[in-house]
Design a protein around this ligand. Structure first.
Ligand code: 5GP
Ligand code: SF4
Ligand code: MG
Length: 465
């Protein structure tokens, strides 16, 4: 998901809508905005579909006045299939000291246990979302102000959270102690901005001030600016390495480093680790493009646009049912036949999850007369599900969970299939000596099975580590 918030700018909701539009790649199912105006109080709108189709309409934006607003773009994770508008964030709660709204990116790994406990103690849940726990935990806190209630609530929550929240006067941002999901602070004129990614600062002309640190809470007002503190017990940072590979936009900056440049470097490492003689390097667009460019530069094999993407389709992975996803590949990608015929082609993609994309692409590219197909994948085999906010399927559906590299190569019927190593990936993201196996510098659980937070709810449901 994507989160965004603004304080100190007239008609803040307009800026939030633009920010959410720039974060649309993080969630395409639905979006919501909550705002506050000194006279008109809180208002909100939650809609299915793209931000540009909902939140640019003057009629809707007029109902969202005020200098303070937050928003969320949603992509449903495993727990909550079958979208309902009641699951669309931000969530809102009234407390004795006033209202508050929260927007959450990540996934709470003990949400089922918390929900059960809260319901037994009288909480009335409105949604099926894990994030709603935070509001109910806040309601039960005895603290006297809302930021402190949020701290109380978040100390009970396990897993990944980057939260953007607001009261009548304050914009609040928090990252979980491991900083799994991103969150940055920006400034534009007299206003302050919180955003999942820097690409959404660019769209409103805000400048990047800094990243919110793992475990940090910032409370921001238009008058007094940013106040920061660290309410949680310190833990080693575990930023999601997959943000670098796939999730973030290539024009965003993470840890001072361009995501595009990191992905290009992944391609360079991939070419060093897994060279092959061929005529063309092609990307599975768009997510494989920077790595394909890097592969081409390192190998000296020309890059070409052998697969063309229809720009009017969304991300296929995020389509909820298998059938739509199967169709999706053809709706979204087509082979550039004239270029491919008779050629030995290296295809670079960011990841193989179920193998749906690779299987279809291979068929399409052989149909077009390619002489050989070599897959090169810009991440290690995805063998474990993510429980921290990226929607990977159950373990059985992950190709790499049940097959070795050799078996996958046969299953996909390609001439070769190679993945970047975990160490190669770490080098590409800037860790010169590779992965520190005693205490990995990132979360890489979907590749390693090394979960930095015990996925308590899933273990209770029978998941085996
Ligand atoms: P598959 O078709 O193997 O199930 O999925 C791999 C494709 O899904 C890749 O092309 C990748 O770009 C795309 N993808 C989209 N969203 C996600 C996501 O959340 N996780 C992963 N691992 N891949 C995703
Ligand atoms: Fe990111 Fe994978 Fe960790 Fe999930 S399991 S947070 S996708 S690295
Ligand atoms: Mg892709």
């Amino acid at each position: 998901c994507g989160v965004f918030g603004v304080v100190g700018l007239a008609d803040a909701a307009n800026f939030v809508a633009l920010g959410l539009h720039a974060l649309q790649h993080r969630g395409q199912e639905a979006g919501g905005i909550v705002c506050h105006h000194p006279v008109e109080g809180f208002n909100s709108a939650r809609r299915f579909g793209y931000v540009r189709d909902n939140f640019t309409k003057a009629s809707l934006m007029e109902t969202l006045p005020g200098p303070l607003a937050i928003g969320h773009v949603r992509y449903s994770t495993a727990g909550s299939k079958g979208a309902a508008i009641r699951d669309v964030q931000p969530f809102f709660g009234e407390f004795s000291m006033g209202g508050a709204a929260i927007a959450h990116n990540g996934n709470i790994t003990n949400a089922d246990a918390l929900r059960k406990e809260l319901i037994e103690r009288g909480s009335i849940f409105q949604s099926s979302s894990d994030s709603e726990c935070i509001i109910h935990l806040m309601a039960r806190s005895l603290q006297r102000n809302i930021p402190e209630r949020m701290e109380d609530a978040l100390r009970r929550v396990e897993g990944a959270f980057s939260v953007v929240a607001m009261t009548r006067t304050k914009l609040i941002g928090v990252r979980d102690p491991m900083g799994v999901r991103p969150l940055v602070l920006g400034k534009v004129g007299d206003g302050w901005v919180l955003s999942s990614e820097t690409c959404a600062l660019d769209i409103i002309g805000a400048e990047l001030v800094r990243e919110i640190a793992p475990g940090e809470m910032v409370v921001i007002t238009a008058e007094d600016g940013v106040e920061s503190h660290f309410p949680f017990r310190k833990r080693p940072s575990k930023f999601c390495v997959f943000e670098h590979v796939y999730f973030s936009r290539p024009d965003s900056i993470i840890g001072g480093q361009s995501v595009y440049e990191t992905r290009r470097q992944i391609g360079v490492e991939l070419a060093r680790e897994n060279p092959v003689d061929a005529d063309l390097v092609c990307a599975v667009p768009d997510s494989g493009t920077p790595a394909a460019i890097g592969y081409s530069q390192e190998s000296g094999i020309p890059f070409a646009m052998g697969i063309i993407r229809n720009q009017y389709m969304g991300r296929t992975f995020i389509e909820p049912t298998e059938q739509i996803r199967n169709m999706g590949v053809r709706l979204k990608l087509n082979v550039n036949r004239a270029l491919i015929a008779g050629k030995r082609v290296i295809l670079v993609d960011d990841s193989v999850v179920r193998g749906t994309t690779s299987r279809k692409i291979k068929e399409m590219i052989l149909d077009a007369g390619a002489a050989e197909v070599h897959f090169r994948i810009a991440s290690p085999p995805t063998a474990w599900p993510c429980f921290y906010g990226v929607d990977t399927p159950q373990r059985e559906k992950l190709l790499a969970a049940t097959m070795s590299e050799e078996e996958m190569t046969q299953h996909l019927q390609v001439d070769s299939l190679k993945f970047i190593s975990l160490d190669g990936l770490y080098r590409a993201v800037g860790e010169a000596t590779g992965r520190d196996n005693a205490c990995p510098q990132y979360c890489d659980a979907c590749f390693s099975g090394d979960y930095p937070v015990r996925p308590a709810d899933m273990i209770a449901k029978g998941f085996e580590l």
